[in-house]
Design a protein around this ligand. Structure first.
Ligand SMILES: C[S@@+](CC[C@H](N)C(=O)[O-])C[C@H]1O[C@@H](n2cnc3c(N)ncnc32)[C@H](O)[C@@H]1O
Length: 231
C-alpha cells in the first residue's frame, strides 16, 4: 500500500515516521509513505499556496488550483483521495478496515482557515477524526495512517488485533502484568490459574461488562442486546 500525505508542514511527520511500528512497517516494505509538500506544486510567485477568503473573514484559505495540481500529480488509476476536515464523516475502526485494502491513498491536510470549498469536487472522501477543530490536518492524517498501517498484513501479530476494541462490537478485555498486587489491587486469580478455558471465559465476560459500562451504544442492535449470544 502507498500513502501520500499532502501537507504544508512536512517536518511535522519526522517523528511519526521514524518510530515504533510505523518505522518498522516502512522498513519492511509493508507500506510506502510519502510526505509531499503542497508548496512544491504552486506555480505562483513565492510559491504561494493560500490567500484571503472572498467575502472577508479571518484566516487564510488554501487555493484550489494549487491543491488540485498536487493531487493530480500524484493520482493514479486506483487512487482514493481523502480530505482531512472536521466537517467530514467521523473516522472509525470500520473505515480503517475498509481503507486498508486500498492500494493508494492520498491524504490532504488543510491548515489555517481551511481550503477553497471547490476542492470537494476532486476528492473521494472527507474524513474527520472527531468533533473538535485542530490547527491542521497533519495530526488527523497521522491518526488515520497509523490506524490503517497497523492493520496491514504482517505489521503486527494477527492475535494482537483479534480482540481489540471495535473489531467486534466490544471493547477489549482488561490486561494485567507484574506486580501481582499493587497498593491492594490484585490481578484477578483466574489469570494466574493457567486454566485457559476459564481465562477465555473471564475475558469474554469482562469485555462485555466493560462495554456495557463504558460504551453501551456499541451493543445496540447486536446479538448481545438481543440475548442470543451466550457466555
Ligand atoms: C483550523 S481547521 C479549519 C476548520 C474550518 N474552518 C471549520 O471550522 O470547519 C484547519 C484544517 O485542519 C484540519 N482539521 C482540523 N480539525 C480536524 C478534524 N477534527 N478532523 C480532520 N481534520 C481536521 C482540516 O484539514 C482543516 O482544513
Amino acid at each position: 500500500m502507498k500513502i501520500d500525505i499532502l501537507t504544508l508542514f512536512p517536518g511535522m511527520f519526522e517523528g511519526f515516521l521514524s518510530h515504533s511500528i510505523i518505522k518498522r512497517a516502512i522498513e519492511t516494505k509493508k507500506v510506502e509513505i510519502n510526505i509531499v509538500n503542497i508548496r512544491e506544486y504552486s506555480t505562483l510567485p513565492h510559491k504561494s499556496v493560500d490567500d484571503y477568503g472572498f467575502g472577508g473573514g479571518a484566516g487564510m484559505v488554501l487555493r484550489v488550483d494549487v491543491l488540485y495540481a498536487a493531487i493530480e500529480a500524484l493520482r493514479g488509476k486506483d487512487t482514493k483521495v481523502i480530505l482531512m476536515t472536521p466537517q467530514g464523516e467521523t473516522f472509525t475502526q470500520k473505515k480503517a478496515e475498509n481503507f486498508k485494502s486500498l492500494s493508494h491513498i492520498i491524504l490532504v491536510c488543510g491548515h489555517y482557515e481551511g481550503f477553497d470549498e471547490r476542492i470537494l469536487h476532486f476528492v473521494d472522501a472527507e474524513i474527520s477524526i472527531g468533533d473538535f477543530v485542530l490547527t491542521g490536518g497533519e495530526i488527523p492524517a497521522m491518526a488515520v495512517t497509523d490506524s490503517i498501517v497497523r492493520l496491514l498484513d504482517g505489521v503486527i501479530l494477527k492475535e494482537s488485533k483479534e480482540n481489540e476494541s471495535f473489531q467486534s462490537n466490544l471493547l477489549d478485555y482488561p490486561v494485567y502484568t507484574k506486580p501481582k498486587e499493587f497498593r491492594g489491587y490484585k490481578v484477578p486469580d483466574v489469570l494466574l490459574s493457567g486454566n485457559h478455558k476459564e481465562i477465555l471465559k473471564f475475558r469474554k465476560q469482562a469485555s462485555l461488562e466493560k462495554t456495557i459500562l463504558k460504551r453501551s451504544d456499541l451493543l445496540e442492535g447486536t446479538e448481545w442486546i438481543d440475548g442470543k449470544e451466550s457466555l
